[in-house]
Every structure is written in C-alpha cells, then in structure tokens.
Design a protein around this ligand. Sequence first.
Ligand code: SF4
Ligand code: SF4
Length: 74
Amino acid sequence: MGKKEFSAIDYSICDPKKCSKDGICLSAKACSYKVIKQIDGPFEPPIVIHDLCMGCWDCIDACPLKAVYKKRIV
Ligand code: SF4
Ligand code: SF4
C-alpha cells in the first residue's frame, strides 16, 4: 500500500528569490501533476503533497539549488 518514495524539500536550502527573479519555484513549475505548490504565493517556499507525488523527479532536475530530494518511507 502507498508509495515508498516521494519528493521533499530541504527548507534549509530552498530560497525562491535565488532561483527565479519573480520568486516562482522552478520545481513547482516543472511538476506536471501540480504536486509542488507555493500555497503562500511567490517568494515563499513550496510544499509537496506527498500522497500525490508520482515519483517522476522532474522537480529534482528543475531545482537550481538542489533543494528537492527523494524521501523514502521504510
Ligand atoms: S524548491 Fe528549488 S526551485 Fe523551488 S523555490 Fe526552492 S530552491 Fe527554488
Ligand atoms: S517527483 Fe514528479 S510528481 Fe512528484 S513532485 Fe516532483 S515533479 Fe511532481
């Protein structure tokens, strides 16, 4: 039951103002499933709706600061 891996954000690294001029999360933009969202708007770190993550890892490739990583549930 359930997925074993999903993407997660390292909030000690994530800094939206460093990755785009308009404060838009590039990983959120890259996620076709809208699983990463800036619910508080531009310039705020995104959240990941873990249950909906498809494990495609497009978000990891898209993050210039490498703040997105694969999290494993054991
Ligand atoms: S997750 Fe990556 S791309 Fe998204 S706001 Fe944070 S640093 Fe920028
Ligand atoms: S791994 Fe894919 S589905 Fe999951 S948050 Fe990243 S881009 Fe979206």
